[in-house]
Design a binder for this molecule. Structure first.
Ligand SMILES: [Zn+2]
Ligand SMILES: [Zn+2]
Length: 153
């Protein structure tokens, strides 16, 4: 174990805030995205964005009793907050010393140096950014938004 390296306290919470957790790391240096159809459904996006941390550096702060876990017969499992549906961390079924962390729940800013991509054979074409039309600093108003999405009709 390396001494003199200060650890950062990372904190995370689900959408409703009922489930929260923390862990201590020098930094989140490595993350991954998985493009498989299961992670797509679980995240609602083209891929998830997650990392792994040592279970010994992880603590639940509150809401553990609200966590529900769905397990597919293949063993794929997804833990989520029963109140708001956010994915929440879970301990790896194949290694109880490792916690899976969905990055979108974290409060602190961080910029991983490295990323792994899994199941790229299953990647959907819209996983890549297409022609970027306009970037908005905040959410556009509804009238503007409707105008843009009329193209879908
Ligand atoms: Zn919640
Ligand atoms: Zn996956």
């Amino acid at each position: 174990m390396r001494a003199n390296h200060q650890k950062i306290q990372f904190t995370g919470a689900c959408l409703c805030g009922a489930v929260s957790f923390q862990f201590q790391l020098e930094n989140i240096k490595m993350m991954y995205r998985c493009y498989c159809s299961l992670c797509r459904k679980q995240s609602g996006a083209a891929s998830n964005a997650s990392t792994f941390v040592q279970a010994e550096s992880f603590q639940w702060l509150q809401g553990e009793s609200l966590i529900q876990t769905y397990i597919k017969d293949t063993g794929f499992n997804s833990s989520f907050c029963r109140q708001c549906g956010s994915p929440v961390p879970n301990v790896l079924a194949i290694d109880a010393k490792v916690m899976w962390i969905p990055l979108g729940l974290l409060q602190e800013e961080f910029s991983p140096e490295l990323e792994l991509n899994f199941c790229v054979n299953a990647k959907v074409s819209w996983a890549e950014t297409h022609q970027k039309l306009t970037e908005f600093d905040e959410l556009p108003n509804m009238i503007e938004l409707k105008n843009y999405f009329e193209i879908n009709q």
